[in-house]
Design a protein around this ligand. Structure first.
Ligand code: SAM
Length: 381
């Protein structure tokens, strides 16, 4: 086939007339929508996207109507342990705000606000003046506002990026929810994957592209992968604004050498529904989560290019153990300790999930960041 000819790579799934209209409106004249454009609509289209429908997303199990669990939902030990690091950073940098991006159900905010009070650096002490949330989904924002109402005006939702940030900034599983570009090497030629929205059924469609993975992928075998352009742009925005404080990002992912490993030939895009994973984002559009692992090297480089320095990078397990998770777990009822330990066990959330922190003056913080005291892996980025 001629390289310039778009090819329909595989058959697709019917979508409702409303989805057909919406996707076509965002597609080009030939009905082609690049995958990142498709993912943006499938997740965030007002009233229709997965995060915008007002239905439960996060929870413990399919029984509560949720689709997947995150660390703050799994165990209160996550927020209680993270609070130790946040407290240390508030004191070390002198900032008085926490800004959380993508606050989900509000579980992390609620747990942190309680734990920071117990550590005497919270809102009650006056040492923390504001807890601010930036949330793209209107329905998630409403859920958060109900849950955090007890803190009144001290918890605020920001409609736009502040011009400058002096804060401890948090983002748990936010980067993985940002749309990615999909690339595919077929017979040695790189293509961009998109969605053909011409008919009632969606189908994969490739186009030749100049885009390439940031590192060469050894071998000549067919290979599918992602480019996290939006996560990189978002990190750049954050890094350009962060003047004082620290940014902490937690997510599943790898450094680049592992992300673009020749054996990872199917990429990392996954869907979640009712606590089951599948790899077909064109099926049941708007009814399930679509996500990709995070290229932490790309994120760290974006921060660095905007003037930030890496404070640390390690596994979630190592980070939480460094911050005292075992002591925190002891304070929980026996029945809850297993879930607390799942946060750090390597075969559960402990190893796949990573923690990256950056700051405008990291050199002052490296020795004061308990989370990276042992097992820092910044050198692998
Ligand atoms: C996978 S959920 C994680 C929720 C929560 N942080 C947790 O760990 O339970 C992703 C969240 O990030 C939000 N989100 C995605 N992109 C965002 C962005 N650019 N800015 C702020 N929030 C965003 C989504 O609406 C959703 O609330």
């Amino acid at each position: 086939m001629d390289d310039s000819t778009p090819s329909v790579a595989s058959g697709g799934h019917e979508v409702s007339p409303a989805w057909q209209r919406l996707l076509r409106a965002h597609a080009d004249g030939e009905g082609w929508l690049p995958f990142d454009g498709f993912m943006a609509q499938a997740l965030y289209a007002p009233g229709m996207g997965y995060y915008s429908r007002g239905l439960p997303v996060l929870g413990q199990s399919a029984g509560d109507g949720s689709d997947f669990v995150t660390a703050p939902e799994l165990s209160p030990a996550f927020a209680m342990t993270l609070a130790h690091q946040v407290a240390q950073w508030l004191q070390a940098t002198g900032v008085q705000r926490v800004v959380e991006f993508g606050a989900g159900s509000g579980a992390l905010a609620e747990g942190l606000l309680r734990a920071l009070d117990l550590l005497d650096v919270g809102l009650a002490s006056g040492k923390l003046q504001r807890y601010e949330v930036v949330e793209v989904s209107a329905s998630m924002r409403q859920q958060q506002q109900r849950r955090l109402a007890k803190w009144g005006q001290a918890v605020q939702w920001l409609d736009a990026w502040p011009a400058t940030l002096e804060a401890v900034v948090l983002g748990n599983e936010v980067l993985d929810a940002m749309p990615v570009k999909l690339l595919q090497r077929v017979d040695g030629v790189w293509h961009e994957l998109g969605v053909s929205c011409r008919g009632a059924a969606l189908a994969w469609q490739t186009r030749p592209t100049e885009l390439r993975p940031p590192v060469p992928v050894a071998g000549a075998h067919d290979y599918r992968t992602e480019l996290p352009l939006q996560a990189v742009a978002w990190t750049r925005e954050l890094a350009q604004r962060l003047q004082r404080g620290v940014a902490l990002l937690v997510d599943y992912g790898f450094a680049q050498a592992e992300f673009y490993h020749p054996q990872r030939h199917g990429g990392t895009v996954m869907c979640h529904r009712a606590h089951r994973a599948d790899d077909d984002p064109l099926r049941d559009v708007g009814s399930k989560d679509i996500t990709a692992h995070v290229d932490f090297t790309a994120v760290a480089l974006a921060a660095q290019e905007a003037g930030q320095e890496v404070v640390g990078y390690t596994s979630q397990g190592r980070f939480l153990l460094n911050c005292g998770l075992l002591d925190v777990a002891q304070t929980l009822p026996l029945a809850q300790r297993g879930r607390a330990l799942a946060l750090v066990h390597e075969h559960e959330m402990g190893e796949l999930f990573k923690v990256l922190a950056f700051a405008p003056a990291a050199h002052q913080l490296v020795w004061q960041s308990m989370g990276f005291a042992q097992g820092d892996r910044s050198h692998t980025l």
